[in-house]
Design a protein. Sequence first.
Length: 368
Amino acid sequence: MLMGPPAARKSTAIKLGTAILRKMDYNTLAPERMSRQSFLDELYRINQPSIKFGVDELDIEAMFNLPGKYPYEMAIHAGEFIDFIGQNDKDYLMLLTSLWDNLPTYSNPKVSKTSVTVDEPTINLLGGATTENLNMAFPSTMMDTGTLSRFLFIHSNSSNKKVLFPKPADKAKTQQVVDFLTRIKNEVKGNAKFTPDAKDLLQHIYDEQRPLDDPRFSHYSGRRLPHLIKLCMIHAAARISTEIDVNDVAYAHTILMTAEHSMPLALGHFGRSRQSITQHAILEYLEMQKRPVSIRDLYSVFSGDFSRETDFQSMLFDMFTTGKIDSVLNTKTDKKDLVVKPRTLPKWAQALVIPDLLTAQERETIGM
């Protein structure tokens, strides 16, 4: 789930990926919006093998009434996740949660008039959301269901770059990506396997990992390993290989650690108290200014959130003591201005991250 404020180009990034898949004739993309009742029907329909006779395309299984034994696949690309899932639809979210586990068979005869059974459901979801939309899409009761632990929340602030007329994607480079992904699809087949060295590194990471310091991700640690293994498979596939080597594990873990570092920021005030919502708003404002902000100027912006100035000062004190903000001396006014305190990776994580694999911006984000 790509997370960020409005106009952070979340949907733009997703649409680029969708366009590439369509150029590959990828035909198992979910509709942009569909109800929970029709989800399994559509998952079943788009995965049926077919054969063409003249101008008519007939369903083989419908002709011969043969049971299908192959994975049922669907990719959900939702630039605005809430448009796809709707508001507070807990049953829909629990359906996606169950399908994410890649069960041998999933059946729910109550979804439609006829019973629909799907084998090895394989659901991929790429969505975009703001913190506000996430609050509308996810009921607060979903915090303890394990649904959040199945998502990777990728956070980004708004870009300060302004482009009046964005250039269209380079056709030649786009085709290179299409050709490469097509090669992966045609050549990378079979079970993925770890080399002995890769297994040793994976075991070391598994033994050393620690839970995220945000209680909202209390269930995430138990599902971290599947996320890491999937990333390892992706990196091996990018080498046109089903053998996962030690470099694939190191690269995948570096990327995962970098993403995890910002996941609490991605959720923002989701699932938190009113005071936490205000704290998050203050932190977002300070980050957007890209410069120190005086206490007086900060209060002028957020005075409406406090009944008394002393309440504002008390919150600032709490943010200081918890390491969220810091102060710097303004030489012009000889007073202290406020900045967001840089967050760094915990020591156990720093030893397992390879900085050279990251961009300068990513290294700055994780404090390395």
